[in-house]
Design a protein around this ligand. Structure first.
Ligand code: FE2
Ligand code: FE2
Length: 215
């Protein structure tokens, strides 16, 4: 059962940064080296844009926790062995690979390192870390904010940019990767808003990439 919303859900293509984005520039500046790993500098800004849409569909959520958590959630990839990312992190039972746990642990360390000097208090930092810890390796969301981060982390893959990057990570053609999104990622979405955005985005990407023909 997905978390419902009574608020409007914007399913239009994301083509510009959200209005709120500049307030987090100090956080971005503190994780520039970590943004270079595993295309985080593409994944994280796009997922933040989806997170902001999800927050607009859920005004009852603490949007700042959601936004900071999604911005930082994968920065831990920047502090693990680069060679193991693709060899272990995207093959076999990749959700349970030790490198996955390690990037979550490192992500929490980075949050505790960069957020306090920027004025975020301990309670806020721990709420962010509770979301980062287990974001890939745990099945359930602990809170609405956790659910919104988890959905934003998945939604970026439904656009053509996400399909381009993720299909190459998994060694799949774009059309096969779209099939996988539908079969494996859509059922994991925690919110109705996330489900609606994913459905529209996937149909749009499939049409643009001609995945029914290029099989
Ligand atoms: Fe992750
Ligand atoms: Fe991610």
């Amino acid at each position: 059962m997905r978390i419902p919303t009574t608020h409007p859900v914007d399913t239009s293509q994301i083509a510009a940064p959200p209005d709120e984005s500049a307030d987090l520039d100090p956080v971005w500046k503190s994780v520039v080296p970590e943004s270079r790993a595993r295309s985080n500098d593409i994944h994280l800004p796009i997922s933040l844009a989806y997170a902001e849409r999800l927050c607009r569909a859920h005004p009852e959520a603490d949007a700042l926790v959601v936004r900071v958590a999604i911005l930082l959630h994968d920065t831990g990839w920047g502090r693990v062995d680069e060679d193991r990312i693709l060899s272990e992190g995207f093959t076999g039972d990749w959700r349970k690979a030790s490198i996955r746990y390690e990037h979550e642990r490192q992500g929490c360390l980075i949050a505790r390192e960069v957020l306090p000097p920027l004025g975020y208090d301990d309670e806020f930092v721990e709420r962010v870390c509770a979301i980062i810890d287990g974001h890939d390796t745990r099945a359930d969301a602990h809170s609405l904010e956790d659910a919104l981060v988890r959905d934003a982390d998945r939604l970026w893959r439904f656009g053509t940019t996400g399909i381009a990057l993720a299909s190459s990570w998994f060694g799949l053609t774009p059309s096969r990767y779209c099939d996988r999104l539908e079969a494996e990622i859509v059922p994991e979405l925690k919110t109705e808003a996330g489900f609606r955005i994913a459905t529209v985005e996937l149909a749009r990407s499939r049409a643009l990439l001609k995945t029914e023909v290029l099989r």
